[in-house]
Design a protein around this ligand. Structure first.
Ligand SMILES: NC(=O)c1ccc[n+]([C@@H]2O[C@H](COP(=O)([O-])OP(=O)(O)OC[C@H]3O[C@@H](n4cnc5c(N)ncnc54)[C@H](OP(=O)(O)O)[C@@H]3O)[C@@H](O)[C@H]2O)c1
Length: 336
């Protein structure tokens, strides 16, 4: 059994993670942390865990967590993560980090997009990006895995095979994404307050969303050099799910059949990427670890459409895939 701990256990991604871990035959959950006073039972903040997980939330030091657990899932906001996780690693545990802190390769890009110096800059560029479908071999030998952003996964999975095959131009890519409100986490904010977002859709962080450099960096590994991406996130009035529509310019003449064949070949044998003929919708993937992808050619442009559940394939499901890779378990262990 692998002893695991979850940091930031009161949040949305942590709840999804705990539900998956409770089904995992090789896992013992030994600690769930929160800064809350009084060590309340975790089921008092996540009532869906009543009768399923009998643990108290604890405000543990990173050293204590790293000693108690073999593997630690960091479900913390960025910045807090890079302050805490180096101490967990130093105490001996492996780590899967949900935050953006270890996704980018260089400190200058981090400073530009996150607005503060990275607290643990030496690890940037030396941390594996946790998208098993693309980087499985590197994940297997890692001690720290940077779990991808939810929007990023929905863009990278369809784009990477086409860039690797040289089928599309790298400097003419538009990613238009809609996300459910849980993508913003459990902390109340004006934008995610019910009367603000219910029955309404709006774009936000136009031209400056932090998943932009992450998408560019990762697909750049398949394009030869970093592409330029226009990424426009929008908030959709639903709890969970991401739908991304991606527009790219083909190199020369390209048929729909050729694009679909490229995607099918890339993900043949992959349990969690489904290349589908129909136009997928978020409800097809909600509560699952699937990312559904399809392609069309419209007026000479390639359209890629993908969807996933931001809390599962966009966060906790991917994290368990990474955990399984780290420990040599079949990648779908614990997942439906
Ligand atoms: N939501 C998504 O769809 C999604 C998808 C992919 C990745 N992520 C990333 O995953 C991480 C967790 O996201 P989430 O949506 O679960 O967030 P969340 O619901 O806001 O939960 C984060 C938890 O971290 C704890 N926390 C907050 N600030 C902290 C600090 N300064 N130091 C220590 N603990 C702190 C809080 O617990 P206490 O107040 O109880 O201590 C909070 O419940 C974030 O980095 C997020 O960007 C989220």
């Amino acid at each position: 059994m692998v002893k695991v701990a979850v940091l930031g256990a009161t949040g949305y991604t942590a709840l999804e993670l705990l539900k998956i871990l409770l089904r995992h035959p090789e896992v013992e959950i030994v600690a769930v942390t929160s800064r809350q006073d009084g060590s309340p039972p975790i089921s008092s903040v996540h009532p869906s865990l009543v009768g399923r997980l009998d643990l108290a939330l604890e405000d543990l030091s990173p050293e204590e967590v790293g000693k108690r657990a073999d593997c630690v899932f960091g479900c913390l906001p960025h910045c807090a993560s890079a302050e805490i996780l180096p101490r967990v690693l130093a105490a001996g545990a492996k780590v899967v980090d949900f935050s953006a802190d270890y996704r980018l390769d260089d400190a200058a890009t981090y400073l530009e997009w996150y607005g503060h110096e990275h607290p643990d800059a030496a690890r940037l560029g030396n941390t594996v990006y946790g998208l098993p479908e693309l980087f499985r071999e590197q994940i297997r030998g890692a001690r720290l895995v940077a779990n991808p952003g939810c929007y990023s996964t929905s863009a990278i999975l369809p784009l990477a095979p086409l860039l690797r095959a040289g089928l599309i131009e790298r400097d003419d890519i538009i990613v238009d994404s809609k996300s459910g409100v849980s993508g913003a986490g459990r902390q109340p904010k004006l934008m995610t307050h019910f009367p603000e977002c219910n029955e309404s859709m709006s774009a936000y962080n136009v031209g400056r969303h932090r998943h932009t450099p992450e998408i560019e960096q990762v697909i750049g590994r398949f394009a030869g050099t970093a592409p330029m991406v226009i990424f426009t996130p929008q908030l959709a009035p639903m709890d969970r799910g991401i739908l991304s529509t991606i527009y790219a310019k083909p190199k020369g003449t390209l048929t729909e059949a050729a694009v679909m064949a490229c995607l099918r070949e890339a993900y043949a044998g992959e349990r969690f990427v489904r290349v589908v003929d129909h136009l997928p919708g978020t409800k097809d993937t909600v509560d699952t670890n699937f990312c559904d992808v399809t392609a069309r050619i419209v007026r000479g442009r390639v359209l890629l459409i993908s969807c996933l559940d931001n809390l599962v394939k966009g966060a906790s499901g991917a994290a368990v895939q990474n955990f399984n890779c780290l420990h040599g378990f079949p990648e779908s262990t614990g997942m439906l």
